[in-house]
Design a protein around this ligand. Structure first.
Ligand SMILES: NC(=O)c1ccc[n+]([C@@H]2O[C@H](COP(=O)([O-])OP(=O)(O)OC[C@H]3O[C@@H](n4cnc5c(N)ncnc54)[C@H](O)[C@@H]3O)[C@@H](O)[C@H]2O)c1
Length: 241
């Protein structure tokens, strides 16, 4: 660990949801630690580049809920040492509405199907290259049901927490370390205008995206070599489990 426990020098890191708040912060911090960052999002490459600071040539439009698209993307991406998947949706809707089941399917496709698609595409290449890291985004909602979010989101994040444990057990013997972060409320587009009351939280504020991204950077680096199957709560003492 001579280069430092947080160093990502020489690593190629894929960040999905990279036009978003936590994803763009992760891309910036990973680059600061020396990684070559590949940034992907539903957004157009120019928008991803503008948000994340990643050169547009390394920004790609990718729908993580599309299995074939994820597999095709990974097949042409070259070596990927680390994945930080921050792509997710959290719609504001009414679960009693007649058309709500379509929203449920969409949330599950992105928030659960996305991580499964990425893990399925990356596990074998990471194992073949001698190891890798995967970091997924859970949520405080996956533990306690959420503060503002709906049942589809809470359900998806509880499922994500279970999935990373399932995957970590199977991936660790192949040198692939899988973990998740469960943030509390973070100042991003996902929470904007949704009626959060930061003054009620123990720290009197929501998290900054960088305060979540920093844990992802740790989990990609040499210092996290024995972290596997963990869900890291970064929630400013809003919830204990
Ligand atoms: N903001 C919070 O308070 C909070 C709290 C707990 C967990 N999280 C989780 O953190 C992660 C990042 O959230 P954020 O707050 O940065 O949200 P955000 O809305 O700022 O960013 C999410 C990004 O994901 C992208 N995306 C959505 N669907 C996609 C798809 N199918 N394929 C590719 N990209 C897609 C969006 O375009 C967006 O850029 C998510 O998993 C979220 O559930 C956020």
């Amino acid at each position: 660990m001579g280069a430092g426990v947080f160093s990502l020098q020489g690593q190629r890191v894929l960040v999905t949801g990279a036009a978003g708040g936590i994803g763009s912060a992760t891309a910036r911090l990973a680059a600061e630690q020396g990684a070559q960052v590949i940034a992907a999002d539903l957004a157009e490459p120019a928008a991803i580049a503008a948000r994340s600071g990643v050169a547009v040539a390394h920004c790609h439009r990718l729908d993580t809920s599309d299995r074939a698209a994820v597999e095709a993307f990974v097949a042409q991406a070259g070596r990927i040492d680390g994945l930080v998947d921050t792509a997710a949706i959290c719609p504001a809707d009414d679960w009693m509405a007649p058309d709500w089941d379509a929203a449920l399917q969409q949330v599950l496709a992105v928030n659960v199907g996305g991580p499964i698609n990425l893990a399925r595409a990356l596990l074998a290449p990471m194992a073949a290259q001698g190891g890798g890291r995967m970091v997924f985004c859970g949520s405080i909602a996956g533990w306690m049901g959420g503060i503002v979010s709906g049942p589809h989101y809470a359900f998806s994040k509880g499922g994500l927490h279970a999935f990373i444990r399932w995957l970590a057990r199977r991936a660790a013997p192949q040198g692939v370390l899988v973990n998740a972060i469960a943030p509390g409320p973070v100042e991003t587009a996902m929470t904007e205008g949704r009626g959060y009351r930061p003054e009620n939280y123990p720290l009197g504020r929501m998290a900054k995206p960088e305060e979540i991204a920093a844990t992802a950077i740790f989990l990609l680096g040499p210092g996290a070599g024995y972290a596997a199957g963990a869900v890291f709560d970064i929630n400013g003492a809003t919830h204990f489990r």
